[in-house]
Each structure stands twice: as C-alpha cells, then as structure tokens.
Design a protein around this ligand. Sequence first.
Ligand code: SF4
Length: 123
Amino acid sequence: MPYSVVSDHPECDGFAVIKTSDGKLIGCHRTEKQAQSQLAAINASEYDERSLPENYRPASSKDVPDGRNCANCDHYDDGYCSLWKANVKGSYYCNKWSPREARADREKRVDRALEILKNLLKP
Ligand code: SF4
C-alpha cells in the first residue's frame, strides 16, 4: 500500500499516517482509529478504493429491514465501521449488519468466565 499507519514515527507522538515509500508524515493522530480513518479517506480519494461493500446503502432503502442501520450495528463505533475499516454514516446499512446485542452477549460471557476463574482461584 502506498500509505500506511505506524506508531513509531519520530515526528508523531501517536499514530502516524505515512507515505510508505519514504516515510513522509501525512498526518498524526491521537488514536489508531483516527489514523485508519484518514488512511481510508486517502485511499478512497486517491485510488478510488471503496472499502465499503457495494451493498452499503441508505438504511431507508426498500430492501433494508426495519430498524437496522449502521448506528445500531455491532461493528459501528462513533461513525467508524470496524468490519470494513471505513467511516460510515449512522443512517446507512450494509448486508453484514450485526445486532449490538452480540457484543453485549460476548461481554457477558467474558464477565461470567472471569467470575468462574476468580472463584476457582479463591484459596
Ligand atoms: S458492518 Fe455494520 S457498521 Fe459496517 S457498514 Fe455494515 S451495517 Fe454499517
């Protein structure tokens, strides 16, 4: 890839978007998510790369089930889709939508497993 994200650029304390060939600093960000967003934007504008699937569309489209949109998808976090690694609109949707409860269920299972481990390790 012509551009990449690194965490050890000498001119950036956080996460740097650089030109891979010569290490030129393009942007410096506090979080990796922000850097990945810039990277996706650069790729989209310079290379017309579409990281989102063709079926990414307004949630108001006829074929989108009621109540589903990016904003209530398990992969959505503050305008960013972790699945496609791209900025998305909360009012849009793609066929990989996953209910938020899935994340909550996973967190509950982890909590339960940690509780069991704690009980097993009690003297
Ligand atoms: S996976 Fe979820 S957040 Fe990502 S584009 Fe599809 S519906 Fe939106």
